[in-house]
Design a protein around this ligand. Structure first.
Ligand code: GDP
Ligand code: GDP
Length: 443
């Protein structure tokens, strides 16, 4: 067991343009910015770590941009606030001292007033004495005394953080299971259950059946070549799909939950009908969740002998799964117990690739070279500029690009950058995550 310290969380909330990301950068010194998925929403959260007078904490900027533009502003703000309330220990409600109170500020204040967690009202852009004085107007929002700061001049931040630190709970270590977490997923009848039994028949099971976080999800732990592995939701695999309407749908839900809890997914397919629509659907979900993926062609004992049949299946699988070219294809037979070790090797290799950490200097050198070799196209007379890039996180490998304007990031250019990263550093077997942030609040 490894122990990971769960740091207390300070969240920045506020309407767009009040200077949340500028404050975020000031408070964290842009040391680490890790980005997390929020299933079911369209926004990114940016996390960073900060330290003040010996206390470490995480800072989260919940106010990422909604790139789709499809969600109404009020709903976005509401979601941002509720999320901050759910996960933060202290909430910094940021307003703009230059502009004064707006309707959106009032809306946020209304959401925050009943909240039982500490809320500190931060009047940013108080760049001079006059504006610092003017910050008293924000008393009217009914969420306490405004703290005037200027992200630009880094003024007022020491006083603000002096207020924040005593409000934070002490960091507590949370136990985390060591090793790869692997999900076996696929359509009904492809052989998941038989595969599970074949694996557990051959491997040394350390602990069978440990309750997972999801209700009635049971995980199984074993060792492969001396490495600890957790198979996620083995109860769900054993539970045979009854012939019922809705079973197919239920199995998709279950697969998603297992994938969310895993590092790597083994997507099991039937060699006699590989790459069915539901298979590619699941692979798309694995990719969107930024997990590792191994394409497992089971029942390969049913294929005609000789290499030709396998090559044909592999060609088809490759073509249908063109959107995950980094995922290895392995052939197994659960029935004949063939190919199992190689399959687990591929899953563990993908897991290892997820732990790769590329030094920032190397990431920047690569990005500079890639941009020189193939400059971004201009969009309405403007060109994307990448100022700085860093690998902010592992598992999933997450690269953050600070750019002049995220609206200029075209999908095809993003793919070009991803391919450049992969050519140089690998990341075979796993999705990687690229995040673009406007560089604001900095010279
Ligand atoms: P966010 O949308 O809340 O994350 O806001 P940003 O951090 O992107 O900042 C919005 C704008 O306000 C940018 O143009 C910043 O340069 C500017 N800004 C941020 N902090 C300050 C500040 O302390 N003083 C002034 N004058 N401008 C600021
Ligand atoms: P699940 O619904 O994905 O868990 O599939 P099962 O493990 O229940 O297997 C479905 C059917 O496929 C059963 O009749 C198995 O005997 C058969 N099966 C599973 N794996 C193999 C295999 O490697 N080769 C062959 N020939 N049949 C298999």
């Amino acid at each position: 067991m490894t122990v990971e310290v769960r740091l207390p969380v300070v969240a920045l909330v506020g309407r767009p343009n009040v200077g949340k990301s500028a404050l975020f950068n000031r408070i964290t010194g842009r040391r680490v910015a890790l980005v997390e998925d929020q299933p079911g929403t369209t926004r990114d959260r940016i996390y960073g770590e900060a330290e003040w007078t010996g206390t470490r904490f995480r800072v989260v900027d919940t106010g990422g941009v909604d790139e789709s533009g499809r969600i109404p502003f009020a709903a976005l703000v509401r979601e941002q606030v509720l999320q901050a309330v759910a996960e933060a220990d202290v909430i910094l409600f940021v307003v703009d001292a230059r502009e004064g109170i707006t309707a959106a500020d009032e809306e946020i204040a209304t959401l925050l007033r009943p909240v039982e967690k500490p809320v500190i009202l931060v009047a940013n852009k108080a760049d001079n004495e006059e504006r610092r004085q003017a910050a008293v107007q924000f008393w009217e929002l009914g969420v306490g005394e405004p703290a005037p700061v200027s992200a630009f001049h880094a003024s007022g931040l020491a006083d603000l953080l002096d207020q924040v630190v005593p409000l934070l709970p002490r960091a507590e270590p949370a136990p985390v299971e060591a090793g790869a977490r692997i999900a076996i997923v696929g359509r009904p009848n492809v052989g998941k259950s038989m595969l599970l039994n074949a694996i557990l028949g051959e491997e040394r099971v350390i602990v069978s059946e440990i309750p997972g976080t999801t209700r009635d999800a049971i995980d199984t732990r074993f060792e492969h070549r001396g490495q600890p592995v957790t198979l996620v939701d083995t109860a769900g695999i054993r539970r045979r799909g009854r012939i019922e309407r809705g079973v197919e749908r239920h199995s998709v839900m279950r697969a998603r939950q297992a994938i969310d809890r895993a590092d790597v997914a083994l997507l099991v397919m039937d060699a006699t009908e590989p790459a069915a629509a539901q298979d590619t659907h699941i692979a798309g979900y694995v990719k969107d969740a930024h997990k590792g993926l191994v394409l497992v062609v089971n029942k390969s004992d049913l294929l005609p002998g000789g290499p030709a049949a396998r090559q044909e299946v592999e060609r088809r699988v490759r073509a249908e799964f063109h959107f995950v070219p980094w995922a290895p294809v392995v052939f197994v037979s659960a029935k004949a117990r063939e190919g199992l070790a190689a399959m687990l090797d591929a899953a563990l290799a993908a897991y290892e690739q997820r732990q790769l950490r590329i030094p920032t200097a190397e990431v920047n050198a690569l990005v500079r070279r890639a941009v020189t070799e193939h400059p971004p196209p201009t969009v309405r007379g403007r060109r994307l500029k990448v100022f700085y890039a860093t690998q902010a996180e592992v598992n999933p490998p997450t690269f953050v690009f600070f750019v002049n304007d995220t609206a200029l990031v075209h999908f095809s250019y993003q793919r070009y950058l991803e391919n450049s990263i992969r050519r140089m550093f690998g990341f075979t077997g796993t999705a990687i995550r690229l995040v673009f942030r406007n560089r604001s609040g900095e010279e």
